[in-house]
Design a protein around this ligand. Structure first.
Ligand SMILES: Nc1ncnc2c1ncn2[C@@H]1O[C@H](COP(=O)(O)OP(=O)(O)OP(=O)(O)O)[C@@H](O)[C@H]1O
Ligand SMILES: Cc1ncc(CO)c(N)n1
Length: 285
């Protein structure tokens, strides 16, 4: 059967744990044909982002039109956009109706702490997003107040939806944001569904290998939307997928910093990776 197409508009991570490379791995793992528009090249590994070379807004538009004319996507995600000119080029494509089922991951800072985007640039895309997936730090930067507790995450999700995004998931992978100094029992995300907030809980995975969790989460949401899931199902699936990928690479020793995830379920042991359609089995989180 011909696979559905998904598109990622994001930056390249030479270490391949995040960015375009992570997104394409997630798409492949979830049996979606992945296409890609590069917004920037980063010289990056598990330890740090060493250099960033932006792609021009014109070249982003060229890539976008080349892809959508020939391989129209059923869902699209955006990651690192860099500056406002690229964000505006992507917003224009959204206004032109070229970016269906748009998932916006407002990438502002890498796991290693490097600045990759600006809140005002990302904010331009929010009115066109079906789903936005800020972490607590990104939600705080977009809203201008500190988002820490689950109650604050729920309120932040609701307030961000006022910017025009239908569904907002504020993710809680940045454990220290709550300032407790200890790792939580659960990784809690807050999903605004349009009518209320659902708190999504998954077991906290104690690991240093968290490079690209946010990219992988938003890519998995886009993949499941391309496969026909409704948003709440796609988000739940993505949370389970990332949780399993984190568990899989928990003890991997790749690089000296924050290592990548087990996108393909290689370390799944005897837990069979089930990647069938929307009605298929779910991984128990
Ligand atoms: N250690 C962990 N254990 C369990 N779940 C986690 C862990 N870290 C992140 N997650 C989950 O991963 C998903 C992505 O959220 P996260 O907050 O990590 O994104 P992010 O901070 O944008 O990632 P990135 O650092 O790549 O930008 C969420 O569902 C979150 O709950
Ligand atoms: C290119 C790129 N996009 C996103 C992230 C977020 O982790 C990263 N580290 N690098």
């Amino acid at each position: 059967m011909t696979p559905p197409v998904a598109l990622t508009v994001a930056g390249s991570d030479s270490g391949a744990g995040a960015g375009i490379q992570a997104d394409l791995k997630v798409f492949a793992a979830l049996r979606v044909y992945g296409t890609s528009v590069l917004t920037a090249i980063t010289a990056q590994n598990t330890r740090a982002v060493r250099a960033v070379s932006p792609v021009s807004a014109e070249m982003v538009t060229e890539q976008l039109t080349a892809v959508v004319e020939d391989l129209p996507p059923l869902a699209v995600k955006t990651g690192m956009l860099g500056g406002s000119a690229v964000a505006e080029a992507v917003a224009q494509a959204a206004r032109d109706g070229l970016l269906p089922n748009l998932v916006v991951d407002p990438v502002l800072v890498s796991t290693s702490g490097h600045r990759l985007g600006a809140a005002d640039a990302v904010a331009r895309l929010l009115p066109y997003a079906l789903v936005a997936t800020p972490n607590r730090a990104e939600a705080s930067a977009l809203l201008g107040w500190p988002v820490r507790t689950p109650d604050e995450m729920a309120e932040a999700a609701r307030q961000l939806a006022d910017r025009g995004t239908r569904y907002v998931v504020v993710t809680g992978g940045d454990a220290d944001a709550a300032g407790t100094g200890s790792e939580p029992e659960n990784a809690v995300d807050a999903l605004w569904t349009g009518t209320g907030v659902r708190l999504l809980r998954g077991p906290w995975v104690p690991t240093r290998n968290t490079h690209g969790t946010g990219c992988s989460f938003s890519a998995a949401i886009a993949a499941r939307l391309a496969l026909g899931d409704e948003v709440p199902e796609a988000v739940t699936f993505a949370k389970e997928y990332v949780n399993r990928a984190l568990r899989g690479s928990r003890r991997w020793e790749l690089g000296g910093g924050h290592g990548p995830l087990d996108h393909h379920g290689w370390s799944g042991g005897d837990e069979t990776v089930d990647l069938t359609g929307p009605s298929g089995e779910r991984w128990g989180v």
